[in-house]
Unconditional design. Structure first.
Length: 298
């Protein structure tokens, strides 16, 4: 038996929620086919769209799948086909899509022995391979859909957050690759109390804005005083893209995950499309290739 699935791209951090907040994109993602087979272990039998390792131990879906198999009494195996549409190193959860898709489908094919939180833990092993840190802010929304908050890592506690019906995302990917492991190394490990106060005010504001369907509050809260000032230096044209997105009507704009993709939230699809046109202006001007996606976020 086999399953063919869509594995959504995700925006992690969402400005004020470094390592704790993420959201799934409705219309951007990979395809995977997962097949239950008698032969033990996990094999990546096909990988198209990106140049990524297919050895089980070096592939995020392989590693996440092995984590699941290690906790399972199933004594057969799985074959995995991965058809990447999400570019590796683009900042929209490429590794999370693959690792989450693998463990979700394997669990379904086994008759759902594992609850969702366990699947997040298995998928986090894929993230550990990809970035050196088992963060959950991409895998949780890839699994649950919509917005998720990682309220705690120890113990793992994930809270799905409802969001308003007219919230759209525009994501632009300037064609440079930033490895998450590199863009984590440049971060400071300490923050000041003053920055903490600003950041948790915004994080609370963003969650409240999502739940209250208050688009202005969402917009006011999409601010990051801690990570964006450091990481944005790695992204060509970041300040210009951001100010053009806001001028075109976006509620807010920031780095998607560890970059280089930049996301903006808008109220309504029309505004999100106008924002897309504005965000690509600088890249057209300076001659940097880019991809741009407009997607609903719930
Ligand atoms: N929270 C992670 C980071 C997400 O910003 O490093 C990586 O996609």
């Amino acid at each position: 038996s086999e399953l063919k699935i869509f594995c959504p791209a995700t925006i992690a951090n969402i400005s004020c929620g470094f390592d704790v907040l993420g959201v799934a994109l409705d219309s951007v993602g990979d395809e995977m086919i997962i097949r239950k087979v008698a032969e033990k272990g996990i094999r990546i039998t096909k990988l198209t769209g990106q140049d990524l390792p297919t050895e089980t131990h070096l592939n995020v879906a392989g590693v996440a799948g092995l984590a699941l198999l290690g906790e399972s009494d199933y004594d057969g195996g799985f074959e995995i086909e991965i058809h990447k549409k999400i570019k590796a190193g683009s900042g929209i959860g490429s590794s999370a899509a693959s690792s989450t898709g693998a463990v979700w489908a394997m669990n379904e094919l086994l008759g759902t022995p594992f609850p969702p939180l366990e699947l997040v833990k298995f998928a986090m092993e894929g993230e550990r391979l990809a970035s050196g840190v088992a963060h959950a802010d991409n895998v949780a929304p890839a699994l649950f859909g919509g917005f998720t908050l990682v309220r705690s890592y120890e113990p793992l506690d994930i809270v799905p957050i409802a969001s308003p019906p007219q919230l759209w995302a525009t994501v632009i990917h300037p064609q440079i690759e930033i490895r998450t492991s590199d863009s984590r190394k440049i971060l400071k490990t300490n923050i000041t109390l003053a920055d903490g106060i600003k950041q948790w005010g915004n994080l609370g504001g963003l969650i409240a804005g999502l739940l209250m369907e208050d688009y202005d509050l969402i917009g006011r809260s999409l601010t990051d005083h801690i990570v964006e000032p450091i990481r944005s230096i790695l992204i060509p044209g970041f300040d210009k893209v951001k100010s053009d997105a806001i001028s075109a009507g976006a509620l807010g704009c920031g780095i998607s995950g560890s970059g280089p993709s930049i996301f903006a939230f808008s109220k309504g699809e029309d505004t999100a499309k106008k924002v897309a046109a504005a965000m690509k202006g600088i890249y057209q001007k300076i001659g940097i290739e880019y991809d741009v996606h407009v997607s609903k976020v719930n």
